[in-house]
Design a protein around this ligand. Sequence first.
Ligand code: ATP
Ligand code: F6P
Ligand code: MG
Length: 344
Amino acid sequence: MGVMRIGILTSGGDAPGLNAVIRGAVLKGDKEYGQQFVGFKAGWRGVVEEELVPLGRHEVKGISKQGGTILGTSRTNPFEGRGGVDRISEVLERNEIDSIIAIGGEGTLAAAKRLSDEGLPIVGVPKTIDNDISATDYTFGFDTAVQIATDAMDRLRTTGDSHQRCMIAEVMGRHVGWIALHSGMAAGAHAILIPEQKTSMEEILGWVTSANDRGRAPLIVVSEGFALDTMDDTHHERGLDAFGRPRLGGIGEHLAPMIEEATGIETRATTLGHIQRGGTPSSYDRVLATRLGMAVLDLARDKRWGQMVALRGTDIVDVPFEDALGKLKTVPQERYDEASLLFG
Ligand SMILES: Nc1ncnc2c1ncn2[C@@H]1O[C@H](COP(=O)(O)OP(=O)(O)OP(=O)(O)O)[C@@H](O)[C@H]1O
Ligand SMILES: O=P(O)(O)OC[C@H]1O[C@](O)(CO)[C@@H](O)[C@@H]1O
Ligand SMILES: [Mg+2]
């Protein structure tokens, strides 16, 4: 049997740790199995458009501490345009590529599942800062996002304290509240508002006034996908993305005047936005990402197509793509109840 050649792609939004996955895979493949690697540029686009880049030990030197992805990313659908199974098989064959490692979120993994169901040799690695993928306890990128959000809140608190203001920090997370829950708990927030828990303005005002009455500057953490019990939908004023999904964001700015008017406490909102996704990954994310990158190679070596790696406890395990799809991993009621004991 000849040397196995593996193509790697990163697809969907970037997350800190993507480069550590790539490096982990390339180093192990090179040292252990004598495999060779190529990179596909910008997700599935690189596969469909046959945009390949060399990916050897030289290219991955020192990259696990770099944010973003050296391969670039996109939200290209591999079935659209010139894409499809026949086109992808032809690209793989022409470039003597035996398998694809797809690193991405649930959209990328859904595409990977469809392609592997149709016979293509694909294995996967889950990624998202939102930590909303089922079948894995944590995703890389989440720890870094939480750390960045916590640092920002520590800063908001010193300026809030100085002015005796109510500060609102809006964090990412799409339709789940993991980033808000963890960063809010770490920063000692007086309320954490998440999409999983419909909350009333009365409850929020109760927490704000109770903190204020004790002489504290209230800190409210709100997840971008949160809606008040009186709202029919999430707050999104920036329209839809290319796939018809609402671009979330702005709920913090929406709540601030309501709180200020009802309590008389001057209130300011800050949206952390893409700062949460950029820059150096935490050491936890580097280690998790490196382990996932090394483990996914065993799936490729054993030709276990349609499988992905995941974290269970402290172990890296493998699961079929479908276990990661269909259902978001939301914040369980007991985790919210536990955190909410500290509100107000
Ligand atoms: N069910 C699906 N079948 C085939 N392709 C899909 C499917 N869902 C999504 N995709 C394709 O995969 C691409 C990546 O998905 P998406 O943009 O949701 O990013 P993701 O991998 O889920 O990461 P993120 O965490 O940023 O959402 C999509 O842009 C789309 O082209
Ligand atoms: O990169 P975009 O398209 O602005 O997407 C932003 C979304 O991506 C995420 O950062 C990761 O899924 C979400 O938290 C956020 O809603
Ligand atoms: Mg997605």
